[in-house]
Design a protein around this ligand. Structure first.
Ligand SMILES: Nc1ncnc2c1ncn2[C@@H]1O[C@H](COP(=O)(O)OP(=O)(O)OP(=O)(O)O)[C@@H](O)[C@H]1O
Length: 255
């Protein structure tokens, strides 16, 4: 997916100005950045909810699913009905039920099909929203802080579930978070946003397969330290100062 020369402002506040990045297809890309930098705005533009004033987003598909921070389930529908709902115009009732049930079993909710959202824990509700997102076999999956508010064990379980579903369906994933640990747990490419308008402060590629990361803590520590430093920088340095530094770095490279 290519985000090309994007410009977006809320009133006179420029969030993106002539902004371009490339998101590799079929991979997991995390976008890290401090609160208010513009991460959600970018996801909303990718989803087509917001339109950029200039520029374009070139996608290979419009089959997009969005997982939000809060699960956004329909409270009057049961777990299985919440998942079937997104298949309404795609297949008949019998087939919807079978496919929704299979996906709910996959996310570990096979015994909660007929419960209502208020009868579930926060982690279970997020699993329903993950099932709802994957049941349409999205080619693009957008995640906006999906682990917010979950305890450390639940976070890890849901990270593992997301990675396992991604391995099965291989959508192009754009995952936004404030949390370096979330990014290290799931992403092959991590982009740190900073400034206003948004600038890419760093672009990090992790070649280590996700499943091997817990057995190579020293290797991952180097990425952790680097990303923590970048996150610290993103909240400390005014944008024009950052641009000066970048230009100096550029000059030093060329010299
Ligand atoms: N509808 C809106 N009207 C005006 N300003 C907005 C609107 N939505 C967002 N903003 C502002 O635009 C900036 C970017 O918002 P956005 O939600 O994209 O940031 P974010 O990086 O996702 O932040 P967070 O991590 O806190 O969700 C913020 O300063 C926000 O206050």
């Amino acid at each position: 997916m290519e985000i090309r020369n994007l410009t977006f402002a809320y009133g006179d506040k420029d969030i993106f100005k002539d902004f371009s990045i490339y998101i590799p297809e079929g991979e997991i890309t995390c976008i890290l950045g401090s609160s208010g930098v513009g991460k959600t705005t970018l996801l909303q533009m990718i989803a087509g909810i917001k339109k950029p004033q200039f520029g374009e987003i070139i996608k290979n598909s419009n089959q997009v699913s969005y997982i939000f921070q809060e699960p956004r389930l329909l409270p009057w529908k049961t777990v299985i009905e919440n998942v079937e709902f997104v298949l309404l115009d795609k297949m008949d009732k019998g087939k919807r039920r079978v496919i929704a049930k299979e996906m709910l079993e996959r996310v570990g909710l096979g015994d909660s099909l007929h419960r209502f959202p208020h009868e579930l824990s926060g982690g279970m509700r997020q699993r329903v929203s993950i099932a709802r997102a994957f049941v349409i076999k999205p080619e693009i999956l957008l995640l906006d802080e999906p682990l917010q508010g979950l305890d450390v064990i639940k976070r890890q379980e849901i990270q593992d579930l997301l990675v396992s579903l991604w391995e099965t369906y291989k959508p192009t994933v754009v995952y936004i978070t404030h949390d370096v640990e979330d990014a290290l747990a799931v992403a092959y490419q991590i982009i740190v946003f900073a400034g206003q308008p948004v600038n890419v402060l760093c672009h990090t590629f992790i070649d280590q397969p996700i499943k091997e990361r817990s057995s190579s803590p020293t290797y991952m520590d180097a990425f952790r330290t680097h990303l923590m430093l970048q996150m610290k920088k993103s909240t400390e340095i005014p944008f024009d100062k950052m641009m000066q530094m970048k230009m100096m770095q550029q000059k030093m490279k060329m010299a």
